[in-house]
Design a protein around this ligand. Structure first.
Ligand SMILES: Cc1cc2nc3c(=O)[nH]c(=O)nc-3n(C[C@H](O)[C@H](O)[C@H](O)COP(=O)(O)O)c2cc1C
Length: 196
């Protein structure tokens, strides 16, 4: 099983990072291939909103303002499942996470009604675990999880689990994330056996 971990923190340490590490470690212990995509290091710009609001995202399912976005989309195509992990900034996902999602959902969420290049979203039918860490006062977790849920759904994926983290619950929520990764893997293997 291939798991793509989308990491929205710019920090090399801290609570959010510890969840990224826990997810990757647990996935690898289960025998999965786990890749961590450092979204902040990609330096993606905010969406330019081309044309009348739609650009090559809708027509060709690629972003003409992000170098190598096709390579990122290829990682999404080959992944079996996703783990989105972000710090909560202003009651939202981090800018790095938002910039990535904004571009990806424009590319993947438009294929089903595209005349030029119809097809299925690379996220279609695939499960995602979404994790939001409100490491400050603890506010804004729900709005962050809700917008991540909406993003996953608009790309025709589904949310397998929601992990809401703050500074007081981080220890047991980290354990919960590990259990969620194990359950995700189990569910994938069961489906695979059923379809064999
Ligand atoms: C620009 C910015 C906005 C933030 N907004 C919130 C917020 O709305 N709610 C909250 O609980 N924490 C907020 N924080 C704190 C972050 O959630 C916290 O620093 C983040 O989870 C990183 O924690 P970590 O370093 O332990 O991973 C904010 C931090 C930054 C830098």
């Amino acid at each position: 099983m291939q798991i793509l971990i989308l990491c929205g923190t710019p920090k090399a340490d801290g609570i959010t990072r510890s969840f990224v590490d826990a997810a990757a470690q647990t996935a690898r212990e289960m025998g999965c291939e786990a890749e961590v995509l450092e979204l902040n290091a990609l330096g993606l710009s905010a969406c330019k909103m081309c044309g009348d609001g739609w650009g090559t995202c809708a027509s060709a399912h690629n972003c003409s303002h992000a170098n190598d976005f096709a390579t990122l989309r290829e990682k999404v195509r080959t992944a079996d499942a996703f783990i989105y992990i972000t710090p909560v900034y202003w009651g939202e996902a981090s800018e790095a996470m938002k910039n990535f999602i904004d571009k990806l959902r424009r590319c993947e969420g438009t294929k089903q009604w595209s005349k030029e290049a119809p097809g299925d979203s690379f996220h279609k039918g695939k499960p995602a675990i979404i994790v939001a860490n409100a490491g400050g006062g603890g506010g804004g977790i729900l709005s962050t999880l809700q917008s991540l849920e909406r993003a996953v759904q608009s790309m025709h994926g589904h949310v397998f689990d929601y992990v809401a983290v703050n500074r007081w619950n981080a220890e047991y929520k980290r354990a919960a994330l590990r259990e969620a990764v194990i359950a995700l893997h189990r569910s994938h293997m069961e489906k695979k056996e059923k379809n064999a």
